[in-house]
Unconditional design. Structure first.
Length: 106
């Protein structure tokens, strides 16, 4: 659900969708993660959202970075990107976040 909300916000902001349906009715195309590309600047963002238990926050953050590092390198090479950034948005079930959350969210 959290991934859909962020996906919809990005799609609405950059006018990638025509209708602005309520978040609970919004269904993005089936993609395992959010991939956002700035074609002018040649920057790609791989956004992955996770909501683990409090004790798993840092482990989940590290897991997301490790999971997408090879993909980011390959996308940068194949798509001729200036850079590919991995943005793990991790927030625990009680609202705890890693120290990088605010920066990653921006």
């Amino acid at each position: 659900m959290a991934g859909r909300v962020v996906h919809q916000a990005l799609a609405n902001t950059y006018k990638l969708v025509k209708d602005e349906s309520p978040y609970y009715k919004y269904t993005p195309t089936t993609i395992p993660d959010i991939v956002f590309q700035d074609k002018k600047k040649k920057i790609t963002y791989l956004i992955d959202i996770s909501i683990p238990n409090d004790s798993n926050i840092q482990a989940k953050y590290n897991e997301k970075i490790a999971k997408y590092t090879d993909l980011a390198i390959e996308m940068q090479r194949l798509w001729n990107q200036a850079r590919v950034e991995i943005i793990p948005l991790v927030m625990s079930t009680t609202g705890l976040t890693p120290h990088t959350f605010y920066t990653d969210l921006k």
